[in-house]
Design a protein around this ligand. Sequence first.
Ligand code: B12
Length: 223
Amino acid sequence: MPLNMNPGRRADFLKAFIDLDEEIVLPEARAFLDEGLSATKLLKLCLEGLLDIGKLYESQGYFVAGLIIADDMMRGILDMISARPELKPSDEKLGLIVVGTVEGDIHDLGKSVASMFLRAHGYEVTDLGVDVPPAVFLGKALELQPDMIGLSMLTASCFGALKRTVHLLKNEIPPEYRHPFVAVGGGVVDELILKSIKADALTGDFENTLALAGRVCAKKRPA
Ligand code: B12
């Protein structure tokens, strides 16, 4: 039976998350899941907490150590979530998607969450990791000929790498190869950036990513 968190417990969890109190957060996350809360609802709550932690970092309430602890806490939660039956990789092959974080950027939580949901919903995902040079994305596009490539960028100073990667993917794939749909995700990427780098779409959050993959792969591999 799906659980809707009572507001007090939700607020306490969020506060402990923002306070980086792993000793409360991890057992409580496990309890929520055991009591029937969906992985999606738990993740959305954690993403809300991460945004607040980011704001605290910006206002110097936290320093880099705070971001590192947030990362560790999220890894614990992703380990729990990935073991859930609804997030086990599916055997379907609805399409092939290559993902990676652009050169210079080491944030990977967003890409990993999106990949987990894509795999569970029948997409094959090849994850190139973080700090991926533009030429590596191009090489994989030629080797694997995926339906879609998802690029992640959270650090604004990596904009140049994002732009170079999209430029290569849009201009250096010979006509006889499959031309992948190029989607870009990550906190700082918005419509203005999308227009400037001439990629095909924003990924949006992990739920929008699924809808986007559905549209792209249905078009690229007609029945
Ligand atoms: C945790 C964290 C870290 C962790 C990263 C953990 C990890 N393994 O990813 C660590 C400690 C490593 C880190 C490091 C740094 N960080 Co940091 N970090 C964060 C924080 C708090 C959360 C990021 C996160 O995981 N968000 C949650 C995910 C799920 O959200 P998301 O990435 O947007 O992803 C969703 C969608 O966008 C989409 N998506 C995203 N990518 C992709 C890709 C694909 C293929 C698809 C399909 C979908 C998709 O799906 C996701 C799920 O819904 C953010 C704050 C924030 N506002 O996000 C700062 C933040 C991103 N970091 C920031 C900074 C400045 C840094 C550092 C430069 C700090 C430093 N001085 O060293 C370094 C970066 C070093 C580098 N070279 O990259 C700034 C960036 C500012 C900017 N605009 O440039 C932020 C915004 C904090 C802030 N408000 O100032 N960070």
